[in-house]
Ligand binder design. Structure first.
Ligand code: G16
Length: 546
C-alpha cells in the first residue's frame, strides 16, 4: 500500500492543481475550461478506482462537457448499473478535486477510511471521451490516475456518453443487459428497432426519412455507424457532422431548445421531421417548420408524452396492470404537466434538474418515463414489470392481440437504453412509435400546445448566493428574490417563473412561461433584472428582448 501511495504522490505532481482553484461536482460532474482540468481528471481516475474497489464492479469515466462550448471539458462518473455516481461519492469527488497538492494523499486516505475500501481488491475502470480536442489528453490523465492505484482500465476512445453507461451496465450484469461493446450496442438497439417497425408495414420511404443535426460532435460519428445496422429502416440526412463547423456552435439540442430556432446548416422542407443531438449525444429534441415557415419545437416534454401514450396503449392491449409515471423538472411546460395529469391520467413527479434526480424518482414505478424539457431522458422498467411482459409474450394461452402487444413492449424495452438518456436510442424509439402509430410530426405536435416560454442566463459574481427549494421552483435566498418573482408573475396570465444556479455553466438560469410569447419574454427579462440586482449581477444589466 505504501508503494501505491508513493506512486500516487509521484504521478500527482505531474498533474498539479492550480493553487486556489475550487470546483464543485455539479449537475453532471465537473465542468469548466479544459485548461483547468488536468488534475481533476487524474484525481477522478483515482476516485473511480476506489469506487470500483468499494463496489467490486466496473466504474465508468466519461470525458466530456456535453452541451458546453468546445473550449470547456468535463468528467462524468458512472456507477455499476450505468447510473450517475451516487451522491455521497459526488462529495468525495469535490473533496479530492479541491485538495491542494500536498493534501491529496490525506484526502484519498480519508475516503478510503470512511468507505472502508479494501485496497487489495481489484479495480476496473471503463473510459470514454467525446470529440473535443482536449479530450484525448485529459483521458490520458484519467488513465494515469487509475494506474497509479494499480487499477485496470479499458479505453473505449470516442463513444457517446450513453454508450459508455451502457457498456458499464453490460459488464456488471454479466452481459445480461447486452454485450459490453459498441458493436453489441448497435446490434441490440437496431434489432429491436427493426422488429418494432415490422408493425408499420405501410411506412413509405418519405416517412422513413429523418434529418439529424449531430451538433458537430460524437453523436454525428456514432449515428453514422448505427445507420449501417438499420438496414434502410431509417434514412438519415446528417448535418453538422463535425467535418466543418465547431462543436455546439449555432447547433445541437441545447441551442435549438434555448433559442427556439433551427440549427445552422439545416435545410428544412415544410413538415419534414428533424432532430438535434447535443455534444455527447445524451439529449435529443425534434422540430419542423409548417407551410407558413413557422418553427415548431418538440422537446423532452413532448417526447415523454408520446412515449407514455404509446406505452399506456400497449399495456391496455396487453391487459397488464402496471403503474406508469412521468418524471419532469421545473422546466416542464405547464401544458405538458396538465395534459399528462388531466387527460392521460398518469402520475407526474417533479424533481430537481439533473438526470440523476429524475432517474431515481422513475425507479419507484413499474414504468418510469423521465425527461427533462431539454431532451435528456429515458424510460425505466422495473424487474417485475419486465418479467410480467416476458411471461405474457410466452404464455401459450395468451390471445393474439395481447401477445402482439407484449412482443411490442419487449422490443420497446430492448430499443431503450435504460441506463441514462440517450439521443440515438430515444431517436429510434420515437421513430418506431411514429411509424407504428402512423403519426406525422405535426400530429404528434398537436397532442397539446406548449405555453410560450423563454429561458435566459444571468451572470453573477457567485451563483451559489442563490438557493432554492421545492424542486427548484422557489428561491429561498437571496432575501426578497422570491417575493419579487411572485409579484412579477402576478402581472401576466397563465404565468410561472423560477431561477436556479446552473450546475454546468457559471450562470444563473431564468425560466418564464405565460399566455403569450411577449408576456413570457417580458417576464423572463424582469426576473433576470431582479436576479441581477439582488444576486450580484456582473457586466451590463440584462436588456429587454424586444
Ligand atoms: C447536464 C445534465 C442535465 C441538465 C443539464 C443542464 O446535461 O445531465 O440533467 O439538465 O446539464 O444543467 P444545468 O442547468 O444545471 O446547467 P448535459 O447534456 O450538459 O450533460
Amino acid at each position: 500500500m505504501m508503494a501505491q501511495f508513493q506512486e500516487v504522490l509521484r504521478q500527482s505532481s505531474l498533474h498539479p492543481k492550480p493553487a486556489g482553484l475550487v470546483l464543485q461536482y455539479g449537475t453532471a460532474g465537473f465542468r469548466t475550461n479544459a485548461k483547468h482540468l488536468d488534475h481533476i481528471m487524474f484525481r477522478m481516475g483515482l476516485l473511480a478506482t476506489l469506487r470500483s474497489k468499494k463496489t467490486k464492479a466496473t466504474i465508468g469515466v466519461m470525458v466530456t462537457a456535453s452541451h458546453n462550448p468546445e473550449e470547456d471539458n468535463g468528467v462524468k462518473l458512472v456507477d455499476p448499473m450505468g447510473e450517475m455516481v451516487t451522491q455521497a461519492w459526488e462529495g468525495y469527488a469535490t473533496l479530492l478535486a479541491n485538495a491542494e497538492q500536498q493534501d491529496v494523499l490525506t484526502s484519498l486516505k480519508e475516503i478510503i477510511e470512511k468507505e472502508a475500501v479494501n485496497m487489495s481488491q481489484e479495480a476496473n475502470v471503463f473510459l470514454g471521451r467525446d470529440t473535443r480536442c482536449s479530450s484525448a489528453r485529459l483521458s490520458q490523465a484519467v488513465l494515469d490516475g487509475v494506474s497509479a492505484l494499480g487499477g485496470h482500465s479499458k479505453d473505449y476512445g470516442l463513444v457517446t456518453t450513453p454508450q459508455l453507461h451502457y457498456m458499464v451496465c453490460c459488464q456488471n450484469t454479466g452481459d445480461k443487459y447486452g454485450e459490453a461493446t459498441v458493436e453489441g450496442y448497435y446490434n441490440k438497439l437496431s434489432q429491436a428497432y427493426i422488429q418494432l417497425i415490422k408493425h408499420a408495414p405501410n411506412c413509405t420511404d418519405d416517412q422513413k426519412h429523418l434529418c439529424v443535426d449531430g451538433a458537430n460532435g460524437i453523436g454525428a460519428l456514432k449515428v453514422r455507424e448505427m445507420e449501417a445496422h438499420l438496414k434502410s429502416g431509417l434514412q438519415i440526412s446528417l448535418v453538422n457532422d463535425g467535418s466543418q463547423g465547431k462543436l455546439n456552435d449555432q447547433c445541437g439540442a441545447d441551442f435549438v431548445k434555448v433559442q427556439q430556432k433551427p440549427p445552422s446548416g439545416m435545410k428544412m422542407n415544410p413538415g419534414e421531421r428533424c432532430c438535434s443531438f447535443d455534444g455527447d449525444a445524451d439529449r435529443i429534441v425534434y422540430y419542423y417548420t409548417d407551410s407558413e415557415g413557422q418553427f415548431h419545437l418538440l422537446d423532452g416534454d413532448k417526447i415523454a408524452t408520446l412515449i407514455s401514450t404509446f406505452l399506456k396503449e400497449l399495456l391496455t392491449q396487453a391487459g397488464l396492470n402496471l403503474n406508469i409515471a412521468v418524471v419532469q423538472t421545473a422546466y416542464a411546460n405547464g401544458s405538458s404537466t396538465r395534459y399528462l395529469e388531466d387527460t392521460m391520467k398518469v402520475i407526474v413527479r417533479c424533481t430537481k434538474t439533473g438526470v440523476k434526480h429524475l432517474h431515481h424518482a422513475a425507479q419507484e414505478f413499474d414504468i418510469g418515463v423521465y425527461f427533462e424539457a431539454n431532451g435528456h431522458g429515458t424510460v425505466l422498467f422495473s424487474k417485475s414489470a419486465e418479467e410480467k411482459i416476458q411471461q405474457l409474450s410466452k404464455d401459450p394461452n395468451t390471445d393474439d392481440e395481447r401477445k402482439t402487444a407484449a412482443l411490442l413492449l419487449q422490443n420497446t424495452i430492448n430499443v431503450i437504453n435504460q441506463t441514462v438518456g440517450d439521443a440515438i436510442s430515444d431517436m429510434l424509439l420515437i421513430e418506431a412509435i411514429l411509424a407504428t402509430k402512423g403519426l406525422t410530426v405535426q400530429q404528434w405536435d398537436a397532442i397539446y400546445s406548449d405555453l410560450p416560454n423563454r429561458q435566459l442566463k444571468v451572470k453573477v459574481s457567485d451563483r451559489r448566493v442563490i438557493d432554492t427549494t421545492d424542486a427548484e421552483r422557489r428561491a429561498v435566498r437571496p432575501a426578497g428574490l422570491q417575493e419579487t418573482i411572485d409579484s412579477l408573475v402576478k402581472k401576466y396570465r397563465q404565468a410561472r417563473s423560477f431561477v436556479r444556479p446552473s450546475g454546468t455553466e457559471d450562470v444563473v438560469r431564468v425560466y418564464a412561461e405565460a399566455e403569450t410569447q411577449e408576456s413570457a419574454d417580458a417576464l423572463a427579462h424582469e426576473v433576470s433584472l431582479a436576479v441581477y440586482r439582488l444576486a450580484g449581477g456582473v457586466g451590463d444589466e440584462p436588456k429587454p428582448l424586444h
